[in-house]
Each structure stands twice: as structure tokens, then as C-alpha cells.
Design a binder for this molecule. Structure first.
Ligand code: S3P
Ligand code: PEP
Length: 408
């Protein structure tokens, strides 16, 4: 399905309920499978969380997690401790290109038997679950934090807990801290000092209710929309906390540079365009702690006709698509000039935006959602627009509700 967005104007005031954080949901769903007296509220309705829920209750021998990176990594760890069970975990063709060797090697060091069904280092993998008694492991920390979170999530159920030594620069740290915070919330003891993380074993927990905050990465598209709207426009998003566990909550600070103010009240955030941005502004950011908002920020800058200089993007190449190449290709179709390396992106000032351009989405939900706000500037076509369901199934319905005009 392609979506043809006409040039649109946002309602002056609007309100949207955003689904639960996909990252928090997928961690808590796994913890709930390990500790059944954990109850959850505001679980994400994303495809990635649905696939996680289904896999955790599946009795099949082959489990397909489609495009969900967290599900792939977290379930690799989960099935590693399902004693005497053998499972093949597989995913979409893109998932079969997303590396998993660092996690597989760590679990192998802990004594689990995992083999590759096709290409060494990539899914599908065959896991023979067992009781893990070893408790020390070292792994590379600069490729994906999801390998680390995966091990931490099963750690309380290991007989002797876990001591993880992280090797090299640690990427996406807020996601590791989120995992540790959620473990702490259910009563598991952890520590994170220098590059060593320890988790104490825990046989059972007290009945506990986990309230999942709404998804900040999904909120990023509204930050972009407000940034591109006239001064005075505002939108309210629910349900958020001032002390978020999600690294992408840094949006509130980052978008001040775009003239967007955030206020918290009654578990809601209101984003308001308070000032126009100076055309000479250059947005310089290191996004190693919040890689998922890189596309949103690059497109906001392009839409506003300002330059940006983004670094810390080394994980973007192994996500749903190579997001650096995808951004460059699509922004250039619209008339922008972008230069990229393996970890940086530079956007030049653009004075106009080409009309009615077809934006390819590369099976990446964030390509579709990051480019949609440009409809505030010109008409644009988003190809295979249903990809948004990976994290935010009601995205198009919500855009319509706040004033975006489009046809399918
Ligand atoms: O742990 C998580 O929930 C996530 C960690 C990040 O991945 P990397 O650690 O691979 O950067 C992020 O990009 C992804 O969307 C979700
Ligand atoms: C990278 C993402 O997800 P995952 O790695 O879990 O597929 C994302 O949602 O942007």
C-alpha cells in the first residue's frame, strides 16, 4: 500500500494516545514468562511485541520472529535456558542479514549449544536449551546493546546469576540501563560499574504490576511535525513520565533546538512550537545513545531547510535496512544533499523540496514515519506504508486525526 500525502496543515491543538514502548514491552514480556506473577499494563500493540508474545507461548520447534530485532536477540537467550527444548529461531530475509554471533558466542561460553542453520553468524539458529551454571562472560559491546540486554534478562534465572564484562565502547547505553531498571523494579539486584555488570539470581518475585510508558521513539514523529508547524501549534501525547527509562526521551531536550518546548502534566506531554528556527542553525548531535531517532532528526532538518551534522550512527547499518544509505538516497530524491560515512551523516542546507516524490521505505517502519511529516511542506508519496506496524500500527490513523490529508 502506498500513501499519497497531500500538502497538509496540522490542527492547532490535538491529542494522541501512543502505544506502549516496544522496548519496555519486549523486556517485560520475557520477564513475565520467567516470573508469571508479573502483570503488565499498556503493552505495545506493535507487530514486534505481538511476535514476542506469540513466540513466548509457542510450542512449535520453528519460531519465526519476522523483522523484530529485540525478539530475535531476547528469545535467543530465553530459549537457551529452556532445558531439554530444541528450537530453531528464524526471521525475515533482512533478519537473516542482521548479525547475532556476539550473542551466540557469549551463550556458547556459558555452555549452551547453538548452531547456524544457514550462514555462520546470522539467523536462523538452532538452540538446545539447558540449565546454565557458569556465570562469567565477556562480550563486545560496540555492535548492539540488544545482545547485552538479552543476557541480562535471563540472568536472574541462572543458578549463579551473571557477571558480564563489556569489551570496547558501549553503544546504546540507555537500553542497557532500561533493562537493569526493569530488573530492579521486579526486585532483582544488579550493579553496573565501569564495564562490569552483575545480576544476582532470583527464583521468584512478589506479585508485581509493570506499567509500561508509551513509546518515545514513536513520539519523535510528532516532535518533527511540531517543529515543521507554525509557531503556536501544539499536540499532547499520552502516557509519558518525566523520569523515563527510554533514551529517546532525550527528544524533549534535543527539539528545543528546533523551537519545540515540552511540558509534562498528568502523565502527558505537550509539544508546542514556541519559536522559529534561524536558517543558519546547524544541528550537531552524537546519537550513539538514541540511534532510533536519527532518521526523524535528519528529515526534520531537511524539512526546515537547515544543515545537520550527526554522528554516533555506527549501528544504523545493521538495523531494519542500512538506514544511512536509505536516508541519503531518499533525501537526495527530494532535492537534498547528504554525505555519509559508516557512522556519520551530514546534510547541506536545501532551499526547496521536490514535489510528489515516491519515498521507498526498505521494509523499515522508521523510513515511512520519518518522511511523513514532510507533507507539511509538500505533497509526497510513502511506498509500502504499512511497514509502520512494526512499532506503531495506528500511525496513519493518528496522522489523519490531527489534520494530515492522504489517499491510499
Ligand atoms: O534494546 C532495545 O530495545 C533496542 C536497542 C537499540 O538497538 P541497538 O542496541 O542494536 O542499537 C534500538 O535501536 C532498538 O530499536 C531497540
Ligand atoms: C532498530 C529497531 O528495532 P529492532 O532492532 O528491534 O528490530 C527500531 O525499532 O528502530
Amino acid at each position: 500500500m502506498n500513501i499519497h500525502l497531500q500538502k497538509s496543515i496540522l490542527a492547532k491543538q490535538s491529542a494522541i494516545q501512543i502505544t506502549g514502548s516496544k522496548s519496555e514491552s519486549n523486556r517485560l514480556l520475557l520477564l513475565q514468562a520467567l516470573f508469571p506473577n508479573l502483570q503488565l499494563e499498556n503493552v505495545s500493540n506493535s507487530d514486534d511485541s505481538k511476535v514476542m508474545q506469540k513466540a513466548l507461548t509457542s510450542l512449535e520447534n520453528v519460531i519465526d520472529i519476522h523483522h523484530a530485532g529485540t525478539a530475535m536477540r531476547f528469545l535467543t537467550a530465553y530459549f537457551s535456558i529452556q532445558n531439554n527444548r530444541e528450537v530453531i529461531l528464524t526471521g525475515s530475509s533482512r533478519m537473516q542479514e542482521r548479525p547475532i554471533a556476539i550473542l551466540v558466542e557469549a551463550l556458547t561460553q556459558l555452555g549452551v549449544e547453538i548452531s547456524y542453520e544457514e550462514e555462520v553468524g546470522y539467523p536462523p539458529i538452532k538452540i538446545k536449551g539447558k540449565q546454565i551454571t557458569k556465570n562469567k562472560v565477556t562480550l563486545k559491546a560496540n555492535v548492539s546493546s540488544q545482545y547485552i540486554s538479552a543476557l541480562l534478562l535471563i540472568a536472574p534465572k541462572l543458578e549463579n546469576g551473571l557477571e558480564l564484562t563489556l569489551d570496547g565502547e558501549i553503544t546504546s547505553i540507555p537500553y542497557i540501563n532500561m533493562t537493569l531498571a526493569l530488573l530492579n523494579e521486579i526486585g532483582v539486584e544488579t550493579s553496573f560499574k565501569n564495564n562490569v555488570i552483575t545480576v544476582k539470581p532470583k527464583a521468584s518475585i512478589q506479585a508485581n504490576k509493570g506499567l509500561i510508558e508509551s513509546d518515545w521513539s514513536s513520539a519523535s514523529y510528532y516532535y518533527s511535525i511540531i517543529a515543521m508547524s507554525p509557531v503556536g501549534t501544539q499536540t499532547t501525547l499520552a502516557s509519558y513520565k518525566e523520569n523515563s527509562l527510554q533514551g529517546d526521551a532525550s527528544l524533549a531536550e534535543i527539539y528545543k533546538q528546533f523551537g519545540v518546548e515540552t511540558t509534562f502534566k498528568d502523565n502527558k506531554i505537550t509539544l508546542q512550537k514556541s519559536a522559529d528556527i534561524n536558517a543558519q542553525t546547524v544541528i550537531s548531535l552524537d546519537l550513539k545513545n538514541s540511534p532510533d531517532i536519527a532518521q526523524t532528526i535528519a528529515v526534520t532538518c531537511f524539512g526546515l531547510g537547515i544543515a545537520c551534522d550527526l554522528k554516533g550512527l555506527h549501528t544504523l547499518k545493521i538495523k531494519e535496512t542500512d538506514r544511512l544509505v536509505a536516508l541519503k538516497t531518499e533525501i537526495e530524491k527530494l532535492g537534498g544533499a547528504v554525505s555519509i560515512t559508516d557512522k556519520t551523516l551530514e546534510l547541506q542546507v536545501a532551499n526547496s523540496i521536490n514535489k510528489d516524490i515516491k519515498i521507498a521505505t526498505y521494509q523499515d517502519h522508521r523510513m515511512a514515519m520519518a518522511f511523513a511529516p514532510l507533507a507539511l511542506k509538500t505533497s509526497i508519496i510513502i511506498e509500502e506504508a504499512d511497514v509502520v506496524s512494526k512499532s506503531y500500527p495506528t500511525f496513519w490513523k493518528d496522522l489523519k486525526a490531527i489534520g494530515f490529508k492522504f489517499s491510499e
